[in-house]
Design a protein around this ligand. Structure first.
Ligand code: FRU
Length: 498
């Protein structure tokens, strides 16, 4: 039915379960023409609890079909975050070479009053439709309380499975290897003084091409910061990453690739407050070659209070990842997958609009909407501030503001609608963004309750939830302290995926 998707805040092109609580994406894996997305799910309510793996399938990364719960909790364990792979050579013996098993590697979290986390397996022989927990679980138990979120990859060079897993409260990542997904050998630890800003969760490890050259690659180790004193760049939950080498045993950060940054030895994944626990798809076919991920659009500070029902939380749009040369180092750039262009309705555009100390509505060009994609290029000229007001109406606006002297881009959601359900929700989230040839270039995705901004081909991303009234649909441009020119604005209403 389409009825539930008429709800005030129901995203139209972001995945949400039909009802109940969702957090991290889990077990992202491509198999036989289908993208699988599992996720932390409470089948019984709209707050965190009874953690199990929910499941959705897509053929195009755009339209999703929710499935029944894939891996439910049981009396002994909740099913925490983890990954999934296609075991093409049937190293695990769960399937056959003709029908290679899909294997999920997740954290078993002992049910109260027991304590402890270990790593476990479940497998599917029917394209992910049904799952069997391995009778020999757990496959990796170090007797620890905080030992979670295994990401498993096949390491081509050393022909073995590698697990990257978080020792959350020790602020460490551990690496293990295995020939068969069942027997694991400890390899090394990774830690990074200066990056202990929140407990470490949901790591990912992958090699990315540099500046589009498939023959030049470096490894990226991504780590998420959960609850903690300082938290991520915008406060609370968020991700950081390191660029370096992985030799099949350990991850060695490359200092030349990561120029000194104010934040510490790491780089930030996203400058907004709602992009957490992102993980990438396994087994995307080689001829495609993209590294694609999604993140959870939420923040543990207020996650359980979001003003939505009977569902709570959405995932981000899928984004591709690459490394690009910037400021003498390498930055991970994120861009929305091209498949999203299939949702575009009729394009509206305008060119060379000069604005002097003024705010102009784009309604004159028929640019408005609450599910809208925009590409905007402007030249600040002698202006001090140039920006866009999104989802305007009812005295509400979500402000995207470029400060020319500071060279920063900020997303301000203090007046974006419902903001006072939690003290940590309203705020201004700021990213450094030097002008590019004297211009600023933005790619913006607006949905019924979120904004995702990609600047300068994805070198900066800012992702935030917002809760404006349904008829706050306007878009304005504004300029302060001088004249600026909007060289080009393109906008597309986006169709619902439901
Ligand atoms: C991250 C996280 C993971 C854990 C899961 C539990 O959001 O805390 O570390 O596996 O959520 O739902």
């Amino acid at each position: 039915t389409t009825a539930p998707y008429q709800e005030t805040f129901r995203p139209q092109f972001h995945f949400t379960p039909k009802e109940n609580w969702m957090n991290d994406p889990n077990g992202l894996v491509y198999h036989n023409g289908e993208y699988h997305m599992f996720y932390q799910y409470n089948p019984y309510g709209d707050k965190w609890g009874h953690m199990s793996w929910g499941h959705a399938i897509s053929k195009d990364l755009v339209h999703w079909e929710e499935q029944k719960v894939a891996i439910p909790e049981d009396e002994e364990y909740m099913i925490f975050s983890g990954s999934a792979v296609v075991d093409h050579h049937n190293t695990s013996g769960f399937g056959t070479k003709d029908n290679p098993p899909m294997v999920a590697i997740y954290t078993g979290h002992k049910q109260e009053p027991e304590k402890g986390q270990d790593q476990q397996l479940a497998y599917s022989l029917d394209n992910g439709r049904t799952w069997t927990k391995y009778a020999g679980n757990p496959v990796l138990d170090e007797g620890m309380e905080n030992f979670r979120d295994p990401k498993v990859i096949w390491h081509e060079e050393s022909e073995q499975w590698i697990m990257v897993v978080a020792l959350s409260t020790d602020y460490k990542i551990a690496f293990y290897s295995s020939p068969n997904l069942k027997d694991w050998t400890f390899l090394s630890h990774f830690e990074s003084p200066g990056s202990e800003l929140g407990i470490w969760e949901c790591p990912d490890l992958f090699a990315l091409p540099i500046d589009g050259d498939e023959d030049k690659r470096k490894w990226v180790l991504e780590v998420d910061l959960g609850a903690g004193e300082e938290g991520s760049v915008a406060g609370g939950s968020g991700g950081l990453y390191f660029v370096g080498e992985f030799d099949g045993k350990q991850f060695i950060p490359d200092e030349d690739a990561m120029p000194e940054s104010e934040s510490g030895p790491h780089q930030w994944v996203d400058y907004g407050k709602d992009f957490y626990a992102a993980v990438s798809w396994s087994d995307v076919p080689e001829e495609d070659g993209r590294r694609i991920w999604v993140g959870w659009m939420n923040n543990w500070q207020y996650a359980q209070e979001l003003p939505t029902s009977p569902w709570r939380s959405s995932q981000s749009i899928p984004r591709t990842l690459e490394l690009a040369s910037h400021d003498g180092g390498l930055k991970m750039v994120q861009e929305p997958v091209d498949e999203l262009q299939t949702l575009r309705g009729e394009q509206k555009s305008l060119s060379n609009l000069t604005v002097t100390n003024d705010t102009r509505s784009l309604a004159d060009w028929n640019i408005q909407g609450k599910a809208l994609e925009m590409k905007v290029t402007f030249t600040p000229g002698n202006a001090e501030v140039v920006g866009l007001n999104l989802r305007t109406g009812n005295d509400e606006k979500t402000v995207l503001r470029y400060d020319v002297s500071e060279e920063t881009l900020a997303l301000d959601r203090t007046q974006s609608g419902q903001v006072d359900f939690h003290a940590d929700f309203p705020g201004v989230h700021v990213a450094p963004l030097p002008l590019d040839n004297g211009q600023v270039e933005l790619h913006v995705f607006i949905d019924w309750s979120s904004v995702e901004v990609f600047a300068h081909d994805g070198v900066v991303a800012i992702s935030d939830k917002i809760f404006p009234q349904p008829d706050s649909e306007g878009v304005e441009v504004f300029v302060e302290g001088g004249s600026a020119t909007f060289d080009r604005i393109e906008a597309w209403p986006l169709k619902s995926i439901w």
